[in-house]
Design a protein around this ligand. Sequence first.
Ligand SMILES: Cc1ncc(COP(=O)(O)O)c(C=O)c1O
Length: 386
Amino acid sequence: MNRTDLLADHDRGGLLLISWLNISLLDRELLARKRGCLMKTGIVDLRSDTQTLPTQEMIQAMANAELGDDVCREDPTVRQLEELAASVVGKEAALFVPSGTMGNLIAMKVHTNPGEGIILERDSHIYYYEAGGLCAICGLTPSLIQGRYGVIDANDIEKVIRPTNIHFPPTTLLCYENTHNRAGGTVVSVEMSKKIYDTAKCHSLAVHLDGARIFNAAASQGVDPKALSAHADSVMFCLSKGLSAPVGSMLTGTETFIEQARHVRKMLGGGMRQAGVLAAAGIVAIIKMRHRLQEDHETAGLLAKQLSGMPGISIDLASVQTNIVNVSVDTDIVPLDVFSAKLRSLGVLVSARPPRAVRMVTHRHVTKDDVRKVVDAVYSVMSECN
Ligand SMILES: Cc1ncc(COP(=O)(O)O)c(C=O)c1O
């Protein structure tokens, strides 16, 4: 019986006990998760905050959600979520979308026309991880700026705007990211957001904020998310990361922008019918879960401090500002894939950032006690390989 069969079998309530004895720790964790009880089996999953599971309150809200057809705008729970999302970031309106990637894509499509140019940070999620949608679907030519800790210097914006000339695509949109994923969850301050926005506006650019983790950015600076989102025409944020909702992101902006975005969402196949069942979890995510994100930041800080200085490991502590820790590994001591595999065998899951780093992300299921386990596991792998 393979793992998939086992999981299916578990769903039927079948041979669980016999199977249990024959399966790995990781499989047990997966089974426990499938049951929704999140039994603690010793796995520390640091791959991403997208690994968070819905809370009991979310599951309850999903079960009780009032539903309708959201493509016809008849789902009251989605409408409630959209109003809440808009108000929390101080925008006129919001649209519930299946993913952050789709939210960013829709924003680019509404703000631009094919053949235009877009300015992005070199390591931005939109450029690096969104399957080239900006080129393939929006027909945009990217101009890249190397940020410092993921933050664009406003002075660099002017350098990449090309003059009006028959040879060049006209630049019409700037996107920035807060917090910045690849830079290690780094934060764009309110002042820097304002400088970026004001400079972009001097050149008549639209500004979109990829705020997948905007509540982390706000919590770490002790500011209202509205203070950050004010410096963008549109803002996308995710419900399905540290906020623990199972699915979904919000795109926010003016009423007119969201009306157009709703049309583009339909065009991309993102119109959802009784989506209130998901929106119900999103409402709990926004109301309840954003207030605990500072805990994840403290756990990440603790983890980073305890790992840094270990032989063969280096961490730029200045980059650890929220819930992400980029850990550089001396690959002369241990190749990256071996490092990750050995950690996995010790019950610690990380994601590789080749050629020399792994990423560790803290979230609701990672406790301060888990930090000890991770530190011991890393120490054990490095000592074994040294
Ligand atoms: C900064 C940022 N933007 C956008 C996304 C895309 O979100 P999704 O995975 O929901 O498409 C992510 C996902 O990790 C992200 O980190």
